[in-house]
Design a protein around this ligand. Structure first.
Ligand code: F6P
Length: 353
């Protein structure tokens, strides 16, 4: 006889925040409660909430009106419960505390919404006997196994709008404007916003740039009567250490602006977009993707499909084992068609054609 015990699920959001997190929480929570009759609990501040047993039951009232709200109503952190230097024998292992809290509350599953690091921790919790389902999110779109993560489309919109604005001031001053875009160690966000924003130069970590090619390209544009250029730079590109060994300002945008002005003699200014790329209300596309992934996650739980991550593949929502995702980074393939298409529009990637 089917057990009439209500399933209890926990939800947490971990890692960098992004637009769409609340849409995902709503997607999981409403589907779980309304379609599957589950009890839903929200843990605060990512995995820290699980370690410290900080949670509250999420009612349908809590879950309504949050689809369009940026950030995460649960809060987030970059807590990594399995990461520790050496354990003092007096300090209880955080994973043990999580298991104890999970059992005490009588949870059947924890939904872990996050990026690469979150998926890695989720896999380790599953190995500890804690049922988890992963939901991929990040503005970086660098989670292996899913074509797209929510947060990415919103960030592309934000960065593109910023680049559009930079065009007008570059034109007014006839300056070279460098725009630094987030993306951690990959170039997805820079590539998409760079193409959408009509960047003349796009530098991403996956395509190592040559400084002299950058110089020649910008001077060629200048000689052709195009005195201003827009240079879109991923924060994760290579920045050489300073000759004097002093710690270089980490910003890639500042470094590229510095060398362009030095090499070309043209007035150059950097703009670091930073955290505005993670703020505000999610785009419609992100609201849809987050809702789809959320609803599908509740279905996975109802079917007992734990240790997996919900994902989008070729326009379909599917799930893949966390073991296949954990520790893998989805980088921009050098032969991505978009790169060749941009090149045919004379976009410079810092390398000889
Ligand atoms: O992963 C999202 C992201 O915004 C990256 O693009 C960026 O490098 C990183 O988070 C910044 O981390 P933090 O929010 O800890 O400063």
């Amino acid at each position: 006889m089917a057990s009439d015990k209500k399933m209890k699920i926990g939800i947490l959001t971990a890692g960098g925040d992004c637009p769409g997190l609340n849409a995902a929480i709503r997607g999981v929570g409403k589907t779980a409660a309304l379609k599957y009759g589950m009890e839903v609990y929200g843990f605060s501040s990512g995995y820290l909430g699980l370690v410290n047993n900080e949670y509250k039951q999420l009612t349908l009232r809590d879950l309504s009106g949050i689809l369009t709200v940026g950030g995460t109503i649960l809060g987030t952190s970059r807590e990594k419960p399995f990461k520790h230097k050496e354990y003092d024998k007096y300090v209880r292992k955080k994973p043990d505390q999580i298991k104890e809290n999970y059992d005490k509350l009588g949870l059947d599953c924890v939904v872990c919404i996050g990026g690469n690091g979150t998926m890695k921790t989720a896999m380790k919790l599953q190995e500890q006997g804690i049922n988890v389902v992963g939901v991929p999110k990040t503005i970086d779109n660098d989670v292996w196994g899913t074509d797209m993560t929510f947060g990415f489309d919103s960030a592309v919109n934000i960065a593109t709008e910023a680049i559009d604005r930079i065009h007008t001031t570059a034109n007014s001053h006839k300056r070279i404007m460098v725009v630094e875009v987030m993306g951690h160690d990959t170039g997805w966000l820079t590539l998409y916003s760079g193409v959408a924003g009509g960047g003349d130069v796009i530098l991403i970590p996956e395509i190592p740039y040559d400084r002299t090619i950058l110089r020649d390209y910008i001077l060629k544009r200048y000689d052709e009567g195009k005195p201003y250029s827009i240079v879109v730079v991923a924060e994760g590109i290579y920045v050489p250490p300073r000759k004097d060994g002093a710690k270089r300002n980490k910003s890639a945008g500042n470094y590229i602006a510095e060398i362009i002005e030095k090499d070309t003699g043209l007035e150059t200014r950097p703009t670091i977009l930073g955290y505005i790329q993670r703020g505000g209300s999610p785009s419609p596309a992100d609201r849809i993707l987050a809702s789809e992934l959320g609803a599908y996650t509740a279905q996975m739980i109802s079917e007992g499909r734990f240790g997996e991550m919900a994902a989008q593949k070729n326009g379909k929502i599917i799930s893949i084992p966390l073991k296949k995702v954990a520790g893998k980074l989805k980088t921009v393939p050098a032969d991505l068609p978009l790169i060749n298409q941009a090149r045919s529009l004379d976009t410079c990637f810092g390398v000889r054609l």
